[in-house]
Design a protein around this ligand. Structure first.
Ligand SMILES: *[C@@H]1O[C@H](CO)[C@@H](O)[C@H](O)[C@H]1NC(C)=O
Ligand SMILES: *[C@@H]1O[C@H](CO)[C@@H](O)[C@H](O)[C@H]1NC(C)=O
Length: 300
């Protein structure tokens, strides 16, 4: 048995277990619903999907400078719809004192209170996000009847923390009385498709190439093919790629195959991670063994 190392840092309780594969971070969720007033939610800064490093061997400092100076690109016309889907929602959080927003979704687990987002939304440049709250089915600039659900735990792959670029996804635990997935539906996971694969991508973008309003008020969807590419050479793992920029605020949104709404939500193959070039977005293929390890809470 590993010994648990418990450290109190201000109001955060950080529990690190299985340090070779993951960091489990437990949030204090007291007052988190009071914290997120409508004004704060509307003023939250959409998380910019970090631009992909052009060379994976660049140092972290160089990577940091690549994150700056990104301009909005011209939209390209693609077939985009806006959808009302409870399994996808906005994820609000505070990072380094800045109120921010990403996208997250509910995934199929026995406990029914587990979701997924991008790792960089809950752990960014060494800073652990606070005040994390999930708003499933947020649409027309409003909360759904399910309201705001505090996120009590985020479980981040060690491989992400060390690399900043591999396995950029995190599993989150909802503080919901009962089973959230019974209310929202959930995305399946565990299938590894051949490339190319026909997918749907969901998110709440504030810019980028999706053709919806891009004001962060509505859940947008893009449908098309994702292809496995080796942007950093064949020595490094491949990544799913799509020919458009999904946009800030949509980071963490699900990439799903076999999606045929309204009945079949489909299976996750990745989440929006970062973009390469003006009209290209990437997702690290999900490692399902790792995801099983990340979900460290009781499954009954
Ligand atoms: C990537 O970085 C390595 C080490 O600094 C360098 O040798 C290589 O030429 C770089 N590759 C590219 C494509 O810039
Ligand atoms: C998937 O994750 C497991 C657990 O961390 C690791 O042992 C394995 O090497 C990973 N697989 C790939 C393809 O990265």
């Amino acid at each position: 048995m590993n010994k648990k190392h418990i450290t109190h840092i201000l109001i955060l309780l950080i529990i690190i277990k299985n340090v070779f594969t993951q960091s489990i971070i437990t949030n204090n969720v007291e007052n988190v619903i009071d914290y997120w007033t409508q004004e704060k939610m509307l003023n939250a800064i959409p998380m910019l999907s970090p631009i992909g490093e052009l060379n994976k061997t660049t140092s972290n400092n160089e990577k940091g400078s690549l994150l700056a100076g990104v301009s909005d690109s011209n939209s390209i016309n693609l077939d985009i719809e806006s959808v009302d889907l409870l399994a996808v929602g906005k994820l609000f959080y505070t990072s380094n004192g800045v109120d921010s927003v990403c996208t997250a979704s509910v995934i199929n687990t026995r406990d029914g209170n587990t979701g997924i987002t991008a790792a960089h939304c809950v752990y960014y440049k060494g800073v652990v996000s606070k005040n994390v709250i999930f708003c499933p089915g947020y649409n027309n600039g409003k909360l759904s009847a399910l309201g705001q659900i505090p996120v009590t735990v985020h479980s981040v792959p060690k491989s992400y923390i060390e690399s900043w670029s591999d396995d950029d996804y995190a599993v989150i635990k909802f503080d919901y009385p009962g089973s959230l997935k019974l209310q929202t539906g959930s995305f399946g996971w565990g299938l590894t498709p051949q490339s190319p694969v026909s997918i749907a991508i969901f998110g709440y973008p504030y810019n980028g190439d999706m053709n919806c309003a891009k004001d962060g008020n509505n859940c947008c969807v893009w449908r098309g093919d994702a292809t496995l590419e080796y942007p950093f050479g064949r020595d490094l793992p491949p990544e799913w790629s799509v020919p458009l920029r999904i946009g800030s605020g949509a980071s963490g949104g699900p990439w799903v195959m076999k999606n045929s709404l309204p009945n079949d939500l489909g299976y996750l193959i990745g989440v929006t991670d970062y973009y390469l070039g003006e009209h290209k977005e990437q997702a690290n293929p999900l490692n399902f063994t790792l995801i099983n390890i990340l979900i460290d809470w009781p499954q009954n």
